[in-house]
Design a protein around this ligand. Structure first.
Ligand SMILES: [Mg+2]
Length: 127
């Protein structure tokens, strides 16, 4: 990983969501891009970057092990994932969203919506 002006190697075990939110906030503020990071623009950017992620799979029918053994593809997937995540973090910054709390509320809602008593056998139906 090549990090500008940093010798820190980020990894999920050592960086908190709060730290990542601050890194994105700093990046945007240093460039005076806050005016571009409106909720509408960020929602559009999240959708556009999600489409770029989808495009990597367009007209391909690859098994997971084929994807994981393709270093060029996994690198592109990593970049598009990061694009989406950075815009999500910026979106959270704009509305002062506590991501962990939002996650907790939603996963609890999903546990009630998809109870183990109905969904422990691998079947799925949209509710
Ligand atoms: Mg992209």
């Amino acid at each position: 990983m090549n990090l500008e002006k940093s010798s820190i190697i980020f990894n999920d075990s050592h960086q908190t969501i709060s730290f990542l939110k601050k890194e994105v906030e700093k990046f945007v503020k240093e460039r005076k891009w806050n005016k571009y990071h409106t909720l509408k623009e960020l929602a559009q950017a999240i959708s556009i970057e999600s489409a770029e992620l989808l495009e990597l799979f367009l007209f391909k029918n690859l098994a997971l092990d084929e994807i994981l053994n393709d270093s060029d593809l996994t690198s592109k997937i990593s970049e598009e994932f990061a694009d989406i995540f950075i815009y999500l973090l910026s979106f959270a910054n704009v509305i002062n969203l506590d991501i962990s709390y939002a996650f907790q509320k939603k996963i609890e809602k999903n546990r009630k919506k998809y109870p183990l008593s109905e969904f422990s056998n691998g079947t799925y139906k949209k509710k």
